[in-house]
Ligand binder design. Structure first.
Ligand code: SF4
Length: 352
């Protein structure tokens, strides 16, 4: 059943869209994928922007376009080079899926234009399909992600508690589509995304300068910042012990298996288990402790450094380990390290 605040917003849809679009034309950020846009630039930017902030994406986008300027060049590249260009951006399946997508798209007679067709490509979900096809082809498909959920629940003072992000997306997609300006879905979707990124932020929304404040029930009732209501996620605590061993100018690293679900073929500091336990006495305390979070996981990585050089016997054992490799410190730039490990290794090399 449609709520009163939603009905009021939809009744004022024309005015709402005019305010939003005028504001977007005047104030939007000049981003490289918006100037001289192309399907390719749109696809690359949408993949990079999944889970990642614009500021982080900018240098990656620029480099990517220099190395892989179009679908053809990307399709012909080898996967290792593609993942290397993504190094540090995280969620590496995005790079692999982009590569597969490029290989598929170059064999099509023409580039598909509808969200349904784009959903068939690897790594493309409903949000990305709507973003790509509305921006590149003017398809009337509304984008709905965390930003849009925030804006819509605030505009309509929707205090329902959603189980998680995907149930909120499901509940709010009909409203997002009803609010879409079918004459210009490209500007509409980009304007909504821009509003979420620069004005209607999670904390401290800038209601006083918001172009649609006169349509916003959440701001009117003074409850905007409390919305949306999402059930808190359970956090999972994970502790991993890693080792730091340098021998004859080489660092001991683990190459993640090529069939692993995450980070396939990338390098990281080895875990302290199996025969590698021998390298560190049980009494040793961690040399460094690093903490990070991925989604609802809180990960603590204890890095141990042996106080003595590894014995010949231990070196032999290490050589027999699958996926464990000595990599010359001078050649670390030629392999692809997982994002956090690359940061830590660069930092720790100076102290080892
Ligand atoms: Fe968001 Fe405030 Fe604008 Fe409402 S008025 S859409 S809460 S920034």
């Amino acid at each position: 059943m449609i709520r009163n605040e939603e009905q009021t917003l939809l009744t004022n849809k024309k005015d709402f869209n005019e305010h939003l679009h005028q504001w977007y034309h005047k104030y939007h950020r000049k981003l490289p994928w918006r100037s001289e846009p192309s399907v390719y630039k749109t696809v690359i930017s949408e993949f990079m922007l999944q889970q990642t902030q614009v500021d982080t994406v900018l240098p990656y986008f620029k480099r990517w376009l220099e190395v892989f300027p179009n679908f053809e060049v990307l399709a012909k590249a080898n996967e290792e080079d593609v993942v290397k260009q993504w190094e540090g951006l995280g969620y590496y399946s995005r790079a692999r899926n982009l590569h597969k997508l490029a290989k598929e798209i170059i064999h099509k007679k023409e580039i598909p234009k509808t969200p349904q067709e784009w959903l068939q490509f690897p790594g493309v979900g409903p949000y990305t399909a709507a973003a790509i096809t509305s921006i590149a082809f003017g398809e009337p498909a509304a984008v709905v992600d965390g930003n849009v959920i925030r804006i819509l629940t605030r505009l309509t003072a929707n205090k329902n508690e959603f189980k998680d992000n995907s149930s909120a997306v499901k509940a709010l997609t009909p409203l997002a589509n009803a609010l879409l300006n079918p004459n210009d879905p490209n500007t509409h979707n980009q304007a909504v995304m821009e509003l979420g990124a620069t004005v209607c932020m999670r904390a401290n929304p800038l209601c006083t300068i918001c172009p649609v404040v006169s349509f916003c029930a959440g701001a009117k009732y003074g409850i905007a910042e409390q919305l949306p209501k999402l059930m808190p996620k359970k956090t999972e605590q994970i502790v991993l012990d890693r080792i730091w061993v340098v021998h004859e100018g080489k660092l001991l690293l683990n190459k993640i298996a090529s069939n692993a679900k995450r980070l396939a073929n990338m390098y990281e500091l080895p875990e302290r288990n199996g025969d590698l336990r021998e390298l560190i006495s049980e009494k040793e305390k961690p040399w460094v402790i690093k903490k990070r979070g991925i989604s609802n996981q809180r990960i603590q990585e204890n890095i141990y450094k042996p106080s003595t050089s590894p014995t010949l016997e231990i070196l032999k054992t290490i050589e027999g380990q699958t996926n464990i490799e000595w990599i010359a410190i001078s050649k670390l730039n030629s392999i692809t390290l997982s994002g956090p490990h690359k940061r830590w290794i660069n930092e720790l090399i100076g102290h080892s």
